[in-house]
Ligand binder design. Structure first.
Ligand code: NDP
Length: 400
């Protein structure tokens, strides 16, 4: 069918690349390009003997637009799948514009020197992508990603109007370390140490970090503490869900994680302000990342399940209605299949599916779009086919 250029070769990319190689009818060719080419080569060596997908590799600095343009012109992919870090979103979008190539990512742009993520920077490309006749699909991971597809599906098939959405992200996995993060530690800690916020009656309500706590009993996991966080899909869903009154995002954290995080914050280790250390400038959070376990090594140690989904309240045919759509994913099963734990798996599978939707032309909408703006049905089918089957509950316990 076509060729994808995948940028980045970390935890999430590794899963997406495994999945592209399982789906070689669509991904006849992939080029894996990242900062450290040896990681791309190692993955190619592992996968090439068992897949029909032709794999090439390249070194690229994704902060450098000219390098990216040269690479895209050489490889001529049908789609670029950005699985590097959120810092590189705009340079990669610039290169896609210059070469008229479709673009897919899993996380919205974040400037490296400010812990702030919002869509405004990427939405500013809307008109230019539309004029160039190319599609940018933003946020094709799990959250954002599948959560947005769940919302579009619920709106299309279950409701006339959705008024309340609670997105619940539960990781019931245990890796046995007192403190480690399940994806890039720098991005993860920036996200969870920021102030919380939710959308209500047309505006943002801001909270202190971890100020709002609830307890929820998750199928496949059990009872967990969860905390309200700011999360990027709230921003786009607030625009794209007609009649919405409130959207909240909750993530589970264990007490050990929170105690360590508080201590690290208190001693200044989560700061992104550079400091001088022995004559050299270092960023404390980047140093912390270097001493923490690499998330890609957690796979063999992590046991348990994730359960991520959305609880909806709204109206159908004049009646009040509730509906819960979710996925349960097992860490050890993910590891057996692709050598990664479930947090990388639940992100990498939808990244491959998003790239497939765009590469095959199933989703073809020139401009810059969030995932809930597309027809959810083919994506929902693909989740069942490619390892993230979803479940429904028409009488869920609601979050107060
Ligand atoms: P990793 O740190 O494991 O991987 C990032 C990769 O990007 C590494 O291979 C790294 O190279 C490469 N990279 C970084 N900077 C550059 C650069 N300048 N040029 C080229 N390559 C570069 O991160 P994850 O795999 O955990 O996360 C990947 C993305 O997925 C992130 O944007 C994250 O926010 C997002 N994500 C989204 C989720 C969702 O549900 N939507 C959930 C989890 C993550 P090197 O190997 O040299 O370090």
């Amino acid at each position: 069918m076509g060729k994808a250029l995948i940028i980045g070769c970390g935890g999430v990319a590794s899963v997406a690349i495994h999945k592209c190689c399982q789906n070689s009818e669509v991904f006849e060719e992939i080029c894996i390009a990242s900062r450290t080419k040896s990681k791309c080569d190692a993955l190619k060596e592992k996968l090439a003997p068992t897949t029909k997908t032709k794999i090439t590799t390249a070194q690229v600095d994704a902060n450098n637009v000219e390098e990216l343009i040269a690479l895209i012109e050489k490889e001529k992919p049908g789609v670029v799948l950005n699985l590097a870090l959120p810092y590189q979103d705009l340079t990669i979008m610039d290169a896609c514009l210059a070469t008229k190539t479709h673009y897919v990512d899993t996380a919205n742009y974040e400037p490296e020197d400010t812990a702030k993520f919002e869509y405004s920077w990427q939405w500013a490309y809307r008109e230019r992508f539309e004029k160039a006749g190319i599609t940018a699909l933003l946020g094709s991971g799990f959250d954002p990603g599948v959560t947005g597809v769940f919302c579009a599906y619920a709106l299309k098939h279950e409701f006339d109007e959705i008024n309340y959405i609670d997105i619940l992200d539960c990781n019931g996995g245990d890796h046995g370390y007192p403190f480690a993060t399940n994806f890039n530690p720098e991005i993860n800690i920036r996200e969870v140490s920021a102030k919380g916020s939710y959308w209500e009656d047309g505006h943002w309500v801001e909270t202190e970090p971890m100020e709002i706590k609830r307890v929820y009993n998750f199928e496949g996991v059990g009872e967990k503490d969860m905390y309200l966080l700011h999360h990027e899909e709230i921003e786009s869903l607030a625009l794209n869900m007609p009649g919405i009154k409130r959207i909240r995002f909750f993530m589970t954290f264990g007490q050990s994680y929170l105690t360590h995080l508080k201590c690290l914050e208190n001693v200044g280790m989560t700061s992104i302000e550079p400091i001088m250390y022995e004559g050299k400038e270092i960023v404390p959070l980047q140093f912390l990342k270097a001493v923490l376990p690499d998330p890609s090594t957690l796979g063999p140690r992590t046991k348990g399940k994730t359960n991520i989904g959305c609880i909806f309240q709204g109206k159908k045919d004049g009646e009040e209605k509730t509906y819960y759509l979710y996925n349960i994913c097992d860490h050890q099963e993910s590891y057996r299949e692709v050598g990664s734990q479930a947090v990388a798996y639940t992100t990498g599978v939808p990244a491959m599916i998003g790239a497939m939707m765009v590469l095959t032309g199933t989703w073809n909408k020139p401009g810059v779009h969030n995932i809930e703006e597309f027809d959810p049905d083919p994506f929902m089918d693909a989740l069942n086919t490619w390892g993230l089957p979803w479940k429904e509950n028409r009488h869920p316990v609601l979050v107060d």
